[in-house]
Write a protein that binds this ligand. Structure first.
Ligand code: SAM
Length: 780
């Protein structure tokens, strides 16, 4: 459940300090008591007071108009501070352990770790160390860091944070970042107290001229980056340190398109900063949030951030009072789809509590023998067995031959599909007999028990052994198996069923009749950190079974500017049973396993900038006719809602791959085999569409800007043109339109587009992962 925190400013604490009923309480302790009475769990307070700000400024921002002697004396004191940084008592708001355990400290937001002025940055970094060391002394588990404002110096900001991560152990640092940069940043607000230098000529002056709130002028185009990209730069420089988290500031208005915000769902959002100013008044005057913000907050609740409500005492809204904000956000929490699912028995979210983003090695059901508890977990899934029963029932109804029908359950485990086959036989009211094949000697004991107690010789015969070599007394009409992994074929269903086809009649039915593997490109800092947490390099080349949670699918359904991109989640390959193209030995076995080799090369459109950390792997199986099972994210709810048996597969990347907005990602994936094993190899390449040189005047223009002429402006596009909505590679918003002269030709074919004005420039690629199955394989 999300936790709530009340922000208290210096003024709030001052008001409290003047109360005459404080007794033994400090203002901070009283604020905590009051907040808890109101339903908050913690308070969020500035760690330092204005006195500290004044001293730091006096020492570190020099006034050039001062006398030389005075400057020298200040410099002496500044050096003394730099050599032994320490606070005076009245420079901090807390000093006791009992105070600190209930607060989220805010590091001084005036510290310019990204100032253009070298000296200011230098002294801000010393102060940052000092503040964090003090917060750590007080055992604060986490501190909120000032917002980086200056894109040009974001590297300096990140380097300073990284140094603190090394010098201050255990504590978590949470970078406060605005969720969205609504305006194209032409001018970057700077807190630098020094004159702003040109970007090519960095200043080393720490002499103040104008006010410290001056704006920087004429920022270079690098400023045109979204706030997410600032965060991405910082955490990358900090090596994805798991102690570095995010405080997402919801002060700015949100964009109309929510997909641009989804990238935050894959990040370590520890706090949501929600000021009263973000609320609007509803018709009755109560504070409510705009629709887009409501829906974003509902979505982000799945990450269970602490919500810090700020400015609620300012009486910004006519009705409801200061508690109305908290009540409203609690209502959003209760109505968020994740929270509803997580608290409803029978849903995947409820079943998977504690397994979210937890990496599990896939099963090796052929090489290993499963434990009874693993079978028990499978058997808790009502949906899988219901759909299997339905498929068997329909197959029995369709089987028109008069003789007694024979069914074989290949890989019977503890017998749930045998029991469902018997139910289907009873429902279909046909004469049928079931063979149950199992190679796990331990599960075979359970099968024998059920055979004796429940099924009997008239209905069921048990056969112990490997379906690939075992002799079954007669050929059967219906072969039922469930040898499927999260990626369909990754538990060797194709190879096992090749062997089992020996005892399926030529016109017999296989349930499942086919299964298809799908992938989607994912961003997830959590999964990236999990895979590299192990010192073993193999861990970054192993596909894992994971209940994917804090992830963002980077692709969309657009065809991309090249026109060659497929859908958001794409099909890799399919296996069908019985196989139609079989070349077999006399025993009815395949000569080699070559026919089970597969490869896929898929191209995805990446609409917004993001970091690729790996791929989600999913499957969908046709059991019989229109009955199936699916974990395809967009179809599972239609085909097998609330099925619990499979979490997706995650194919990790050793190194994150940054993808700019509108990149086109080509993913290659292979299923390979030798005599003893199968394995997957994967790699990806990223391309960026650019106007090709053959185009005389490709035009990038800002379609949202009032300054932009309309797309059909004859001034901008003298040729007949087809506008394609794209985003700038550097910037998610505003959307830009690439005017590609069409010459009247259709844009149906990718080649046409290439010819007619768009080229794809390669920008990066990953390593080949798991070459030769060196890190992960599945034994035959
Ligand atoms: C995923 S479990 C499914 C078990 C059961 N049908 C169920 O739905 O609970 C697959 C079962 O097939 C068995 N199995 C796998 N490969 C086999 C093979 N080649 N021959 C016989 N049994 C096999 C495994 O031991 C395991 O019990």
């Amino acid at each position: 459940m999300p936790v709530f925190s009340a922000h208290h400013t210096h003024d709030d604490l001052n008001v409290l300090s003047q109360r005459d009923d404080l007794g033994d309480d400090t203002p901070v302790l009283r604020a905590v008591t009051d907040a808890r009475t109101d339903g908050y769990e913690t308070i969020c307070v500035p760690l330092t007071t204005d006195k500290w700000k004044a001293r730091w400024r006096e020492l570190c921002i020099l006034n050039p108009d001062e006398e030389q002697d005075t400057l020298a004396e200040i410099e002496q004191r500044a050096e003394a501070w730099r050599s032994k940084p320490a606070f005076f008592r009245d420079e901090v708001t807390v000093s006791r352990l009992d105070e600190a355990e209930c607060i989220i400290p805010l590091i001084s937001d005036w510290l310019e770790l990204d100032a253009t002025d070298d000296w200011v940055r230098h002294d801000a970094e010393i102060a940052l160390h000092q503040e964090l060391a003090f917060a750590s002394y007080l055992n604060a588990p986490c501190a909120i860091l000032p917002t980086p404002n200056n894109r040009i110096q974001v590297g300096s900001y990140a380097r300073a944070i990284n140094a603190c991560l090394s010098s201050v152990p255990y504590m978590e640092f949470s970078v406060k970042i605005p969720i969205y940069d609504a305006v194209t940043v032409v001018q970057v607000p700077s807190r630098s107290p020094s004159p702003v230098p040109s970007p090519v000529e960095p200043s080393t002056s720490r002499f103040s001229s104008a006010s410290s709130n001056d704006l920087a002028v004429g920022s270079p185009p690098e400023s045109n980056l979204t706030t997410w990209e600032m965060w991405d730069t910082i955490r990358t420089i900090c090596g994805y340190n798991p102690r570095l988290t995010l405080t997402l500031d919801l002060t700015p208005p949100l964009p109309l398109s929510s997909t641009v915000l989804n990238q935050w769902l894959a990040e370590p959002v520890r706090y949501l900063w929600l000021p009263a100013s973000t609320f609007i008044a509803n018709a009755k005057g109560y504070p409510v949030l705009p629709k887009g913000t409501q829906s974003f907050i509902r979505d982000i609740f799945k990450l269970q951030p602490t919500v810090i409500l700020s400015g609620t005492r300012a009486k910004k809204h006519p009705r409801g009072g200061e508690l109305a904000y908290l009540q409203y956000v609690r209502h959003l929490e209760k109505t968020s789809s994740f929270m509803k699912a997580a608290t409803t028995a029978g849903t995947v979210e409820h079943f998977a509590q504690g397994y979210q983003d937890y990496l599990q090695a896939p099963l090796q059901p052929l090489m290993d023998n499963l434990q009874s508890i693993t079978y028990q977990t499978f058997e808790q899934d009502p949906v899988k067995y219901r759909n299997y029963e339905e498929a068997i029932y329909l197959a029995l109804r369709d089987w028109e031959k008069p003789e007694k029908i024979t069914i074989c359950v290949a890989g019977a485990g503890r017998g749930p599909l045998v029991a469902r086959s018997l139910k289907a036989i009873a429902r279909a009211n046909v004469e049928a007999f079931v063979y149950a094949v199992e190679k796990n000697p331990n599960a075979y004991v359970t099968l024998q028990e059920r055979h004796r107690n429940e099924w009997g010789d008239e209905k069921v015969a048990l056969l112990y052994g490997d379906m690939r070599t075992l002799n079954v007394p007669e050929k059967v009409d219906i072969l039922v198996s469930e040898l499927l992994g999260s990626f369909g074929d990754n538990e060797l269903s194709p190879e096992c069923l090749d062997g089992a086809m020996r005892f399926l009649k030529p016109d017999g039915i296989s349930i499942p009749s086919s299964y298809t593997a799908y992938i989607a490109p994912l961003s997830s800092s959590k999964l990236y950190n999990e895979t590299r947490a192990s010192k073993d390099p193999k861990s970054s080349e192993t596909p894992y079974v994971v209940m994917l949670h804090a992830i963002n699918i980077l692709s969309d359904n657009g065809t991309g500017i090249s026109g060659t991109c497929g859908p958001r989640i794409q099909e890799c390959w399919e296996f069908e049973h019985p196989r139609k193209d079989a070349a077999l030995t006399e025993q009815g076995l395949p000569l080699t396993n070559s026919h089970n080799v597969r490869s896929a090369k898929l191209t995805f459109h990446i609409p917004h900038a993001g970091v690729l950390h790996g791929f989600g792997g999913y499957f969908e199986a046709v059991l019989y006719r229109n009955v199936g099972i699916s974990i395809h994210p967009e179809r599972m709810a239609l085909i097998s809602k609330d099925m619990l048996s499979w979490f997706p597969l995650f194919f990790p990347l050793k190194d994150p791959l940054y993808l700019p907005a509108d990149a086109e990602l080509t993913v290659s994936l292979w299923r390979l085999t030798d005599a003893r094993k199968i394995w997957y190899e994967w790699y990806a390449e990223a391309f960026l569409p650019v106007p090709s040189s053959s185009v005389s005047s490709p035009i990038w223009k800002d379609s949202l800007s009032p300054m932009s002429p309309s797309p059909d402006s004859s001034f901008l596009s003298p040729l007949v043109s087809t506008p394609i909505q794209v985003t700038s590679p550097l910037l998610d918003v505003p959307h830009l339109t690439l005017q590609v002269p069409s010459g009247g030709a259709s844009f149906g074919m990718a080649e046409d587009r290439q010819k007619e004005g768009v080229s794809l420039v390669k920008i990066s690629q990953t390593a080949l992962h798991n070459a030769g199955g060196k890190s992960s394989w599945i034994g035959l």
